[in-house]
Design a protein around this ligand. Sequence first.
Ligand code: 2P0
Length: 325
Amino acid sequence: MSNARKVRAYTNIALIKYWGKRDDALILPTSSSLSLTLDAFYTETAVSFDASCEKDTFYLNDKIQDEAATLKVSRFLNLFRETAGLKTPATIRSTNYVPTAAGLASSASGMAALAGAANLATGLNLSPQELSIFARQGSGSATRSVYGGFVEWQKGTSSADSYAVKVDDADWDIGMVVVVVNKKQKELSSREGMKQTVTTSPFYSGWVESTAVDLVNIKKAIRDQDFEQVGEITESNGMKMHGTMLGANPPISYWEPDSVVAMQLVRQLRKQGIPCYFTMDAGPNVKVLCRLSDSQKIKTAFLNYFNEEQLIISGPGSDLKEVSL
Ligand code: 2P0
């Protein structure tokens, strides 16, 4: 592991969702998306090339991984090896830092950290923009995890211009309370779920049209630091994504009864004058966008219905970075 250097990438939660690809192989999205990077959830990864090894070896949380998981990582590393003119096998050590097995281990921080570590190990010296393009080819949401704060993934016209840009540092009292409804692995992967939605949901064209409008509006609201407006657009965009999924055949729903409980609670808190807004992804967990200064109050209200370990407060995360071994 002599040449191993470790990179940390934070996960991100989309406020304007990515749900559908126009190119499956290159992972080019049908629409642009926008997220908030979170500091409570991240992945740290080190890659070292070693000519004395026969094949790639992948450790996740100190456990050696099976062939299928290793193959996914190997394929992604091949992008870097091809660019750097290398054929050497690698050892990959990755750790997911997710509070108390929250079930939020995410391909976003995972693939972004792997891209960052591969960049260092190959000596390619890629810019953050190039890194974002590489990360995208591992997993769409990883495109955005190269940066902290509010981040837009511009859908672009080709692989060369489909990357993330930072919109804002989100350093104006922004946070999230993540409500862990269920930490089990989801039954239908995002990849399959979005494919099924694109090909069968009659609402899909409406989703693509309206998400473009939401993106313009949320960027203005972020510029104006208009928190309520950011929250309203976030909540509406997330629900539209889930509505579009319900229109798929067979219908797709990631919700559980407690997801609905959490959303109701957010509405109640809002009525009581606390500005907070929910969003959900391809799973039953609910993410509550709020003022970081209100997050403890919101967590306390949720403790009437959920356990301490189901409620995780997070502030905005930072750019992908090298950390000491
Ligand atoms: C997002 N999600 O924008 C959306 C909203 C989930 C719901 O990106 O196939 O794991 O690897 O590109 O990135 C999850 O999808 O899918 C996701 P791939 P990914 O965050």
